[in-house]
Every structure is written in C-alpha cells, then in structure tokens.
Ligand binder design. Structure first.
Ligand SMILES: Nc1ncnc2c1ncn2[C@@H]1O[C@H](COP(=O)(O)OP(=O)(O)O)[C@@H](O)[C@H]1O
Ligand SMILES: [Mg+2]
Length: 248
C-alpha cells in the first residue's frame, strides 16, 4: 500500500521510486555512501545536472530533490528530445560531470567519476525556450570511478539507439560523431569497442543475475530485454567498420 502522499514514479525498470512533495524517495543502492558523497560534491559546485541528496527518510530510503520536467522514458519522443542540439547538450553535461570529478578523491586513481547508466530514461528534459533540452541526469546508483570513454560510449549506445532499429547507419554514425565532438573526446579509437563492451556486459549481466534469482533481472530477461541488448550487440559488431570509419 502506498500512503496517500506518495506518488509512484514510473519509467524506471528496477527500483520502487515514489514522489513525496518536492522529494523523491528510493531504496539506496549498494554503494549509497559513494553516491551520496558524489551528489554532495556536485551540489557544492552548484551543478544542475544531478538531483540533490537530502538525507535518508524514516524508512531508510534516500531523499532526493524532485526534478521537474520531461523524463524521456517512452520509445517515441518529441523531435526536440532527439535533436542534434539535445544530443550536444547531453554530451556537454557529461563533460561537465567529468571535469567536476577529474583529479578528485571520488575518482580515486581513475580519470573521472562516470554515471554509468546514462540514457534518455534517466534524463530530465525541460523547455528552455528552443524546445526540450536535457538538464539533469537521475538514477546515480552505479556511478563509479572510470574512464571518460565509458560514459561517452554509453551515451552513443543509448541516445543514438545503436541496434537493429537503426535504418540508416551513416546517419547513426554522424550522430555518434556529434556526441564525440560536443564532448571533445580526444581518443576515439576505443569508442566502438567500448559500446560493444557495454552491450555485452549488459545482456550477460541480466542473464547471470536472473539465473541467480534476482527478481528484477528475471523480469527484464522475461520481458525480452536481455535478448534485445544481445541483438544490439550483434548489430554493433556487424556495423563496427562503418561506425569506426565515420569517427575517423
Ligand atoms: N530526482 C528525480 N526527479 C524527478 N523524477 C525522478 C527523480 N528520480 C527518479 N525519478 C522518476 O522515477 C523514475 C525511476 O527512477 P530511477 O531513479 O530512474 O530508478 P530505476 O533504478 O528504477 O530506473 C524515473 O524514470 C523518473 O521518472
Ligand atoms: Mg532509471
């Protein structure tokens, strides 16, 4: 039973997330202490790209600021969400996250802190006058020290939709380049291989956790998600040369 003042938020696959007034309550992830320290660090710099961590509530759930706007959770999205301008703005936000964490204790010995789950479903868009643009990333549960290319490759996979639903490989490759240029990614040689690494890790991870009895992962597997990601992995392998050529 959900108390009257708790509004369930849909769009996520994994967690029971509710809204209470201007806050979001969600079960803390396995590495909550790290994530909370990260969110505090980003808040101290006044960065608008992440919600604020407000402490835990009486049920042990983390409290975050509710970020008003449009979460791009559905398959079909308004043109402004999928536009090159919004892609560029996503890449710029990722660059800001990386610059704010490079060389900090949070990044430890890695280049930066990566969000590790950047996708339209985890992005709040808002009308800035010129149409919907990304303003804030949510769902920071698996943020961790990592390499810049990890987040950039995940963005290319998720926001361009690299997989069998692409009907124009040249256009997909162009959009990958838009992301890399807006981010200012220096070393692009590993980009496509990193997309492949994410896709393989994702479908194998769902299958393994489901086989281990994780109910959320079993639901994803039974809903065909692991198979879809596996197909995306095959697609990227098949089009690897074209994508790499476009990156130059
Ligand atoms: N801080 C927030 N502000 C606004 N909406 C949020 C916020 N956090 C989560 N949501 C909403 O709740 C949904 C699920 O939350 P999310 O943190 O992505 O959990 P999951 O791990 O289940 O994907 C999101 O798709 C979004 O619609
Ligand atoms: Mg989510």
């Amino acid at each position: 039973m959900t108390p009257d003042d708790e509004v369930p938020l849909t769009g996520g696959f994994v967690n029971d997330v509710v809204r209470v007034g201007d806050t979001v309550r969600r079960p803390p992830g396995e590495r909550a202490a790290f994530v909370h320290a990260l969110l505090r660090h980003l808040a101290a710099h006044g960065w608008p790209g992440a919600p604020r961590y407000l402490g835990d509530d009486e049920h042990g759930r983390e409290m975050l600021t509710y970020v008003d706007g449009h979460v791009a959770a559905q398959e079909r999205q308004p043109e402004s969400v999928t536009s090159d301008e919004s892609l560029r703005a996503v890449a710029v936000l990722v660059r800001e996250l990386h610059e704010l964490t490079a060389g900090t204790e949070l990044a430890a010995t890695a280049e930066v802190v990566c969000h590790n789950d950047l996708s339209p479903k985890n992005t709040v868009y808002r009308d800035t006058g010129a149409g919907l643009r990304p303003v804030t990333f949510i769902d920071w549960d698996i943020a961790a020290p990592g390499a810049r290319v990890h987040d950039v490759a995940h963005v290319c996979w998720q926001y361009v939709g690299l997989g069998p639903s692409v009907d124009d490989v040249g256009e997909a490759a162009r959009r990958v380049r838009v992301i890399c240029d807006a981010y200012g990614l220096d070393h692009r040689r590993d980009l496509v291989d990193t997309v492949l690494w994410w896709q393989e890790r994702c479908w194998r991870g769902i299958e393994a956790a489901a086989a281990d009895g994780d109910p959320a992962m079993a639901a994803l597997r039974d809903g065909g998600v692991a198979e879809q990601v596996r197909a995306a992995h095959r697609w990227t392998l098949d089009h690897r040369d074209a994508l790499e050529r476009a990156l130059g």
